[in-house]
Structures are given as structure tokens and as C-alpha cells.
Design a protein around this ligand. Structure first.
Ligand SMILES: *Cc1c(COP(=O)(O)O)cnc(C)c1O
Length: 359
């Protein structure tokens, strides 16, 4: 019996994918061994990683002016690699700070002594919204945004415009492939796989080839994007099994109608929960309605005691992961791509019952 999994990451995966992986666990398609035991230089594995990289670009509708690679070190290492590779001495890295991970991104630029500026921030209202206006600095190296704020529960609903020549860089860890975006507007898109597209261990990076021409020189080998692009993500041993499972998730997305279908499904899931807030004085969403995330839904109950009770009763009924991040408290339901509608319906039903019993 599978639990209703509202974990923020690592998170729920499609049951069909897990069954497919299980079927091939001991003997991958007749190769006589598991993907975990394979050489990453074997023909079987080469096919797995090559297909996964191609599927990524295909789903995003990007052509061969982009590269897709799988790295390690999580989205957190990208916070460092981006300014290291793409902020030259005479330019200023521009960041929009929408909380937690977005903050960590610019702090890394600061740590390595790059010129940077936070050109807009929602810190003034406790990160409950997405800034709508900003002004780039003179001579920006790039603009960095975080398209979905996993902990705060806000999400960009537009792909921001930048002047020609200014690279747009986005951390899409927690809403990647949850709906169609204008991906071609971005020069670099990255994230940890463990929220929407697979198990932990792999980081996806999709990069426009023209951005590589702006790269700084003298970058240490493992932190240099070119190292990994030139060797097709195989400079060193990749997180082979994670990439295999990501490939299966990508096949599942394509088989089930691609990003348009995901958008429809995810929009409906989010609406079920937000409707509960909007029809109740008991549950309060923490984010302004127009910027609410479709992936991470934080909410408060009238007291911390009720929140504790809510989380523990939910657990007894087979729902996990509803505790808010320790930095903000409250409750949060992460309702990623692979979370079935029935889990959200089950949670909404429980929310009604809990409110009736405790209001
Ligand atoms: C989880 C998360 C991260 C951190 O990812 P790691 O892979 O654990 O380094 C960064 N950004 C966002 C938006 C996240 O949700």
C-alpha cells in the first residue's frame, strides 16, 4: 500500500516508473545485470544517458542551440558555478531574491568575491510574493531568478524579459517540467532532479551554447561547464542510476501528453487545495493569490498546536510530508508532477473533516 507522499524532496515518483525500474532491476532489458552495476562506458548505458539528454531538450521544445547535461553537487553547487563561470571581473551579477534558495544563490556570488546586486526582493513582506518590477544594473553579467520557491510557496507566472545580450538564468528545481514555459527565453536552466523529475543525486543543467562563449577562463575542471558538455556528462562517473530513473520519468511525461497535459493536471491539483483555503477561515495560505505556487502549497492553521495535531492526524491517515520547512514552520503540501490527483483529493477531504472537528 503506497502512502500519500507530500514530501518536498526527494519526493513522489510515478508508480508506473517505479514498476518499470523494478521489472528491470536485476536484469536490465536482457543485459544480465542491473543499471547500478553497469559500466557507464557500456553501450547499454550510453543509450540510457543519450536518450535522457535528448528527451529533456525535446520535452522543453529546445533545439541544438542548447545542451543538456547531468551533473552532481545539487542545485546548491550551481549557485557557485554560475557566478564563477559567467560573471567576469568587469560585470555585475544581478539577482532577484524571492527567499531561501534564491537568497542562497546570490550569497554564493558574494562568497567568491564577485560583484553582484540584488535588484529586487520580496523580503519586505516576508517573501510572500514575486516582485513585479526591477531595474538591471549597468553592465549586468546575467539576471538570476528562482522560478518556484519551494519553501515559501511562490511561483513566477511569467518568463521575465531581459534586454538582448543579458543572459537569463533560472533555478527551476521545484517546478521543472510542471508546465510549458518559454524555455527559449532562458540561457541557463538548472535544478536538482529530486523534486519533479527523478531521485536525488543528479542535477540537470540546460544551457544555451551561445552563453558558453561568455565563459570566464581558468575555471577548475569539475566546476567548468565545458568539461561536462564536451564529454557528454561523462567526464567522470555520472550518477548513473539516478539518470536512468530520470530518463524513465521523462518517457512517462512524454507518453502522458507532455507539458500541456502536466499543466492541466497540476493546475487542477493546485486548485483543489487553494479552494479549500479560499472557502475557509481556518486554513490560511501564506502567499498572495496571484503568485501561488502549483507545486508547493504552504498554509497555516489558527495555532501551532492545531498544526501539530493536523500533521500527526494526517500521518495516521496515510499522508506524510505535510510539515512546513523548519525555517518557516506551519504546514506545506508539495504536490509535484508525479503526485496523483487522488492524493490531493484525499488531503482536501481530510482538511474539511479536520476543520469541522476543530474549528
Ligand atoms: C531543493 C532546492 C535547491 C537545493 O537543491 P540541492 O539539489 O539539494 O542542492 C535549490 N533550489 C531550489 C528552488 C530548491 O527547491
Amino acid at each position: 500500500m503506497r502512502i500519500h507522499n507530500f514530501n518536498a524532496g526527494p519526493a513522489v515518483l510515478p508508480e508506473e516508473v517505479l514498476l518499470e525500474v523494478q521489472k528491470n532491476l536485476l536484469d536490465y532489458k536482457g543485459a544480465g545485470l542491473s543499471v547500478m552495476e553497469m559500466s557507464h562506458r557500456s553501450a547499454e548505458y550510453d543509450k540510457i544517458i543519450t536518450e535522457a539528454r535528448a528527451a529533456l531538450l525535446r520535452i522543453m521544445g529546445l533545439g541544438d542551440d542548447y545542451e543538456a547535461v547531468f551533473l552532481q553537487g545539487g542545485a546548491s553547487t550551481q549557485f557557485l558555478m554560475i557566478p564563477m563561470n559567467f560573471c567576469p571581473e568587469d560585470k555585475v551579477a544581478n539577482y532577484i531574491d524571492t527567499g531561501t534558495w534564491a537568497t542562497k544563490a546570490w550569497k554564493e556570488a558574494k562568497k567568491i568575491g564577485k560583484k553582484f546586486e540584488v535588484i529586487a526582493s520580496s523580503a519586505d513582506r516576508d517573501y510572500t510574493y514575486i516582485p513585479k518590477t526591477w531595474k538591471l544594473t549597468e553592465n549586468p553579467a546575467y539576471l538570476h531568478i528562482t522560478t518556484n520557491n519551494t519553501i515559501r510557496g511562490s511561483e513566477w507566472k511569467i518568463d521575465p524579459d531581459v534586454p538582448a545580450g543579458v543572459p537569463l538564468i533560472a533555478d527551476m528545481s521545484s517546478n521543472f517540467l510542471s508546465r510549458p514555459l518559454d524555455f527559449a527565453k532562458y540561457d541557463l536552466i538548472y535544478g536538482g532532479a529530486q523534486k519533479n523529475i527523478g531521485p536525488a543525486g543528479a542535477t540537470f543543467v540546460v544551457i544555451k551554447k551561445s552563453l558558453l562563449e561568455k565563459q570566464n577562463s581558468g575555471i577548475p575542471t569539475m566546476l567548468d561547464y565545458k568539461t561536462h558538455i564536451d564529454k557528454d556528462s561523462m567526464f567522470n562517473t555520472p550518477p548513473a542510476f539516478s539518470i536512468y530513473v530520470i530518463g524513465e520519468v521523462l518517457k512517462w511525461i512524454e507518453k502522458n501528453g507532455g507539458l500541456e497535459a502536466r499543466e492541466k493536471y497540476n493546475r487542477q491539483k493546485a486548485k483543489i487545495l487553494y479552494d479549500v483555503f479560499d472557502n475557509s477561515n481556518f486554513y490560511n495560505g501564506t502567499v498572495v493569490p496571484e503568485d501561488r505556487s502549483w507545486m508547493n502549497v504552504p498554509f497555516r492553521l489558527p495555532s501551532e498546536d492545531l498544526e501539530k495535531k493536523f500533521i500527526s492526524e494526517a500521518k495516521a491517515k496515510g499522508m506524510i510530508g505535510l510539515k512546513g520547512h523548519r525555517s518557516v514552520g506551519g504546514c506545506r503540501a508539495s504536490i509535484y508532477n508525479s503526485l496523483p490527483m487522488k492524493s490531493v483529493e484525499y488531503l482536501a477531504q481530510f482538511m474539511h473533516e479536520f476543520e469541522e472537528a476543530n474549528k
